[in-house]
Design a binder for this molecule. Sequence first.
Ligand code: GUN
Length: 294
Amino acid sequence: MTARRLDGRELASRIEVDLAGRVAGFVRSAGRPPRLVVVLVGDVAASASYVKSKAAAAGRVGIDAEVIPVSASVTTAQLVNLVAAIGRDEQGPADGILVQLPLPDQVNAVAVLDAVPPAQDVDGFHPENAGLLSQGRPRFIPCTAAGVQRMLIDAEIETAGRHAVIVGRSDIVGKPLALLLAGRGPGGDATVTLCHSRSGDLATWTRQADILVAAVGRPRLITADMVKPGAVVIDVGINRIEEQGRSRLVGDVDHDAVADVAGALSPVPGGVGPLTVAMLLENTLQAALARKSR
Ligand code: GUN
């Protein structure tokens, strides 16, 4: 079997076309573009690259994105104060605020994320937004989890009554995605198993999946023998590895081998990554519209 390719880049560009029209409508009625403020701490190459993609995509749809670089030696208190000041619009209207993760070890990341006002929390990481999602009345859905669900819906992959197995229990992806897939409605109504480092023999679980999502950050963890023939496999991992003297990006799925077994498979790069960015833009427009109507 050669798996159907779930092309996130193509879907993200369709979402951008739709968003550009809606952003233009916002600009006409509000007299200013929606504005996203991104806080980038330190000089982690991967984070800088993700932030660059986010700002570029914002520009393409007419959202004004400002990146605020912060020294890697920043303290928790300094970062909390900065985020709170951005939240009070002291640096211009901030419809959406995003603090790029990971943060340096000396910073209490929970304290910083808690300082993002929930109405501007376009990452959906604030406990108020996480709580609303868990109750099935989401405000901002974490972007990668939202992107995976959007990919399934767009590809017309049935989730209702199917068994979704998620590998990875992070607050950013695994946990919110489990809630989305188990929730009611389109892209939901699945039976969900959430696997993690203490799950024991992973393959026992993954082989039962109709829909398998890998979100652990372990290069090529999911091998062909761990996948049920015909399953839908979504690869959330973005891992940079050195191979044959070259640096390359690979997912959490052993792509070429799994493509022979799976019914559908998302590539890395060009799969979930572009959708994470597209969902961030959607959340930012949603935040700007909600603020305008307050
Ligand atoms: N680092 C990796 N993924 C994400 C994300 O979705 N949001 C933020 N803020 N940082 C990340």
